[in-house]
Design a protein around this ligand. Structure first.
Ligand SMILES: [Zn+2]
Length: 325
């Protein structure tokens, strides 16, 4: 296989799939570059069988005249990538103990590489995004939830059953807000976009005459409202962002201590506000981190939503090459 690939002028195309809580996405990827991509709103009610049909439909859309040689799929976890089984997806009905790798192999009749979406995105940023050239990085997606993955000594860190890097569920405070996982005080429950929106909602309820309070009269307060408010100097929103930056700084200091990365890459929707968060986040990071870790680079991701698709395709490509050895 390796010989075949090396002498083939055009690298093989990989079908990359990304299962998300709100969207299912597919891309045809060649040499780490997306050739075509498409997305559908996740059929939440239909459960796994409906999502399999969505993947098949998306594959037809993106494949064009190209054929693909393998599939790289990214899914939320906890996901046992050794067994190829999705253990549970809290945000989707019916996703309990689903043998996703086998299901995809049955639909497409091609080799399937299944990876945790956080790890896939870490690989994407490592190979083609903000992590190029380093041997150690942690990728943290700060979005509706918080997830991630780590590259250590030039290798993807997978851990037992491929479950390493569930950074969103490290506990930062003993008593804190509830997390989707059922515990309290997780990094995700404090630093995610949803957590920020919840805190903004509390301010809106307590201060009905504030800008956030007025916003709440016409719509549900979101993290987007906080960002917009901060941009025009609203004191409540600026304080909320400082608090967000504080939680990120604490969480990232923990990640630096655990993984000793050359670089921490922040992805997800919240990374679009990286410049607004940077100063406070770095101040907290430097005060929380032990001295050898204080100069760790913290940068925004560069691939956006595509990191997981590109990473899954890269991993599928590597798995194919390994098979051919
Ligand atoms: Zn949690």
């Amino acid at each position: 296989m390796r010989k075949h690939l090396r002498h083939n002028m055009q690298s093989p195309a990989i079908l990359a799939l990304d299962l998300g809580g709100t969207r299912v996405r597919a891309a045809l990827v060649r040499d780490g570059v997306i050739v075509r991509k498409a997305a559908l709103p996740t059929d939440v009610k239909g459960g796994p069988p409906a999502v399999m049909q969505q993947f098949a439909k998306l594959a037809d859309t993106v494949r064009g005249d190209d054929d693909f040689v393998a599939i790289g799929a990214a899914s939320p976890g906890p996901l046992d990538t050794v067994a190829g089984i999705v253990e549970v997806i809290h945000t989707l009905q019916g996703w309990i103990d689903v043998p996703l790798r086998q299901a995809l192999a049955d639909v497409f009749q091609k080799p399937v590489l299944l990876e945790n979406d956080g790890i896939a995105a870490a690989v994407g940023e490592w190979k083609k995004g903000a992590g190029q050239g380093v041997k150690n990085l942690v990728y943290a997606t700060i979005s509706t939830g918080v997830g991630g993955g780590a590259i250590v000594d030039g290798h993807v860190l997978r851990g037992r059953r491929g479950l390493a890097g569930h950074i969103g569920h490290m506990r930062l405070v003993e008593n804190g807000p509830a997390c989707f996982c059922g515990r309290i005080g997780c990094f995700e429950a404090l630093a995610s976009g949803s957590a920020l929106a919840l805190r903004a909602g509390e301010i809106a309820a307590n201060k009905p005459n504030s800008n956030l309070g007025q916003t709440a009269v016409i719509s549900k307060v979101t993290s987007h409202h906080v960002i917009e408010g901060a941009k025009i100097g609203d004191a409540d929103c600026l304080a909320l962002l400082r608090e967000e930056a504080r939680y990120l700084g604490i969480g990232f200091a923990n990640l630096a201590h655990l993984y000793s990365p050359d670089r921490i890459i922040m992805g997800g929707g919240m990374s679009q506000n990286f410049d607004m968060l940077r100063e406070d986040m770095m101040a907290v990071f430097k005060s929380e981190a032990l001295s050898p870790f204080r100069n760790t680079d913290i940068v925004p991701a560069t691939l956006g939503d595509d990191a997981g698709l590109i990473g899954a395709a890269e991993l599928a490509c590597v798995a194919l090459l390994d098979q051919g050895q």
